[in-house]
Each structure stands twice: as structure tokens, then as C-alpha cells.
Write a protein that binds this ligand. Structure first.
Ligand code: SF4
Length: 346
């Protein structure tokens, strides 16, 4: 969404003014085409626009080719160590490849990958993460070392006349992550793939990734995101979508709610969960905020900037405010219908 340059990953554009692209990676066995395609479909259905698949050895190539042929979204080949794998993955139809030139072996081998990538017009993602800092940069601060390691890889591709680049720098530490990406974003024009590496299990990954990715996005850095969670990748995409909607980068419905206090006249938490379930999956063509507020004393004022506010009143009822103006008062059992019908007309 923010880079100067745009790259095409199959039919998906990354960078420039294009929407931020959510991606994830399969964790099925690449040789199990059926399972892998099933997972790709699930990921696409919850919002992934591109999916990465590990190509581990030459034995994976025919299976990878089959996956690419039948996938409903562009597939990125994730390659380590062997330049020949990158070349074969491109020939098999990869829409993008992710390589780590640091473990490909020599500049000559990277050059051979670049030749084929140019011929097939396939972009290359390069970069570094906190576990792959170049030895020559270890005297630098952590974020600087991360930035310089990634820049070195970019310069290697540029020397070969290759500019169809997506860059990534991922740290386990959100502050290093931010500083490295910020520094490099002021130097290169390429789209940024952002995320926190090794973010851990769901509850930790959710916090770390929200801080790590969110801090960059609100500073206009980041064109494609991958939230990294140990386990089922579906959760990565769902969380990524939630993050983009909550930050206002993607159309959707945000349900916010007051923290409650002694003035609350309804069960705010229960109603907020209910409202979330009522609007789940509802397609809207802009960002809509619904507030659930506990009382009429402060609720309407605090919810002034919401599109719709549901404010607790006495006698098992709630008032609905539209852009700060009273729309009507409804009994609890009338709320769902009133709210959903409003969503269709605002
Ligand atoms: S809206 Fe009312 S109930 Fe909720 S925190 Fe504010 S004063 Fe308390």
C-alpha cells in the first residue's frame, strides 16, 4: 500500500496504492497435494490473497507444480539452500519465490536464479530475519545489523539488473523490527513484506504481531503482511484480517465497547460478544464502527465518533445512536434486528 514500486505476484499487486495483501504459509506436507490444496482454499476463504509453500528438495517439484496449477491464489515458493530448487520452482509456475541468498551459497548461484526470474517475470523476496544476520554486520546494533543484512541482499539483485523485489526484515523484537524496517523504507522503493518472526503461540503472537505490524502500518510501511503463529495457519489469516479492519486498512465492522463501571445498565461484555456474532461475516464496503456502551450518562458522548452506538438504558432496553444522534430505543430482544437493518442503510 505504501511503497513506490509495485510488484505483481500472479494477479495480485503488492505495493503502491494497492490494498495491503494478507499472506500465510501452508504447514501440510508439500507432497500431499490434496491436503495442501485444501489448506490453500481454507486460507483463501478467510482472506489470504497469496500463499507460500515450502519446496524442500527436488522431490517436491512435481507436487509443487500440481499445487500451483490447481491453486485458486498465486503461490509463492519458499526456497532455502539450493539455487536449482528456485529455478525449478519458477519453471513449475511459482508466482514469486522467497530465497535467502545467504544460504544459497554464492553470488553466481543467485545470478542463475535471477536470470530465470527475469525470463519468467517472477518477483523475488529477499531480506533477513533476526536469525540470519550476516557475520560482517554483527558489530552493529541489532536493528542496524538486520537492516544492513537485508540491504546487502537487495544490492546483490540490483547488481544483476533485477528490481522485481519484495524486501523483508523480521525480528522477534517489535522495536528492532520497527527500527530496521523504518530505516530501510527510507532507502529502497520496493514493497515491504512485514511481520514478527517466531512470534510464538496464539496469545503471544497476537500481541507481538499487533504491535510489530501495527506500528509499521500506521507509519505507512508495509505492503504485504504475514502473522506468524505456531500451529494452524488459518488463525494467522483471521488475525491479520482482524488487525487490518481494526486499524482501518480494510473494510469491515469494528465492535468497540466501554470498559464498564458502576454506572453500567446492561451487561456490556455479553452484548459486545453478541453484536460481534451478529455482524460476523457481514460484507460492508467501508469501515463501520459499532460501539456498545454501558450507560446513558457517558455512553453517547464517548461513542460520538462511532457510526452506530448501542447504549444501555434502564428496563432491559438500549438506545441506538446514529452518528451521535438518537435513532430509537429498543427492548433487548429487538436489538439484533434493529442493528442489522441499520447496517443495510447507513
Ligand atoms: S459508558 Fe457508562 S458504564 Fe461504560 S464506562 Fe462509561 S460511564 Fe461506565
Amino acid at each position: 500500500m505504501f511503497s513506490e514500486k509495485v510488484v505483481n505476484v500472479g494477479n495480485v499487486n503488492i505495493g503502491g496504492n494497492y490494498p495491503i495483501v494478507i499472506q500465510s504459509m501452508t504447514n501440510t506436507d508439500t507432497t500431499n497435494v490434496e491436503d495442501t490444496l485444501r489448506q490453500i482454499n481454507e486460507l483463501a476463504n478467510v482472506g489470504a490473497k497469496i500463499v507460500r509453500v515450502a519446496v524442500r528438495d527436488m522431490g517436491d517439484i512435481p507436487f509443487f507444480s500440481n499445487i500451483v496449477t490447481h491453486s485458486i491464489v498465486p503461490i509463492v515458493a519458499d526456497i532455502h539452500f539450493d539455487y536449482r530448487l528456485a529455478i525449478e520452482a519458477i519453471k513449475a509456475g511459482a508466482a514469486k519465490i522467497r530465497i535467502n541468498p545467504g544460504n544459497i551459497g554464492s553470488d553466481e548461484k543467485v545470478r542463475k536464479i535471477v536470470e530465470v526470474a527475469k525470463e519468467y517475470k517472477v518477483p523475488i523476496r529477499v531480506g533477513a530475519n533476526s536469525g540470519s544476520i550476516g557475520k560482517e554486520f554483527r558489530h552493529l546494533s541489532r536493528h542496524q545489523a538486520l537492516a544492513e543484512s537485508a540491504l546487502k541482499e537487495v544490492r546483490l539483485l540490483e547488481r544483476e539488473g533485477f528490481y522485481d523485489i519484495v524486501i523483508s526484515m523480521k525480528s522477534v523484537d517489535p522495536k528492532d523490527n520497527f527500527l530496521a524496517n523504518k530505516y530501510v523504507s527510507e532507502i529502497v522503493p520496493y514493497p515491504f513484506h512485514i511481520g514478527i518472526t517466531e512470534a510464538g503461540i496464539y496469545e503471544d503472537a497476537a500481541v507481538l504481531s499487533s504491535v510489530g505490524i501495527g506500528s509499521l502500518l500506521i507509519n505507512n510501511i508495509g505492503d504485504t503482511i504475514r502473522i506468524s503463529i505456531s500451529g494452524n495457519p488459518i488463525k494467522e489469516v483471521e488475525l491479520a484480517k482482524q488487525l487490518l479492519v481494526l486499524l482501518g486498512f480494510e473494510n469491515g465492522i469494528r465492535v468497540v465497547a466501554c470498559p464498564t463501571c458502576a454506572r453500567a445498565e446492561i451487561d456490556v461484555e455479553k452484548l459486545a460478544y453478541e453484536v460481534k456474532s451478529w455482524v460476523k461475516g457481514k460484507k460492508v464496503n467501508r469501515n463501520i464502527t459499532i460501539s456498545v456502551m454501558g450507560c446513558i450518562v457517558n455512553g453517547p458522548g464517548e461513542a460520538k465518533y462511532s457510526d452506530i452506538a448501542v447504549v444501555g438504558t434502564k428496563n432491559s432496553s438500549a438506545a441506538i445512536f446514529l452518528k451521535g444522534d438518537l435513532y430509537g430505543t429498543f427492548k433487548n430482544d429487538e436489538l439484533k434486528e434493529a442493528l442489522l437493518s441499520l447496517l443495510d442503510i447507513i
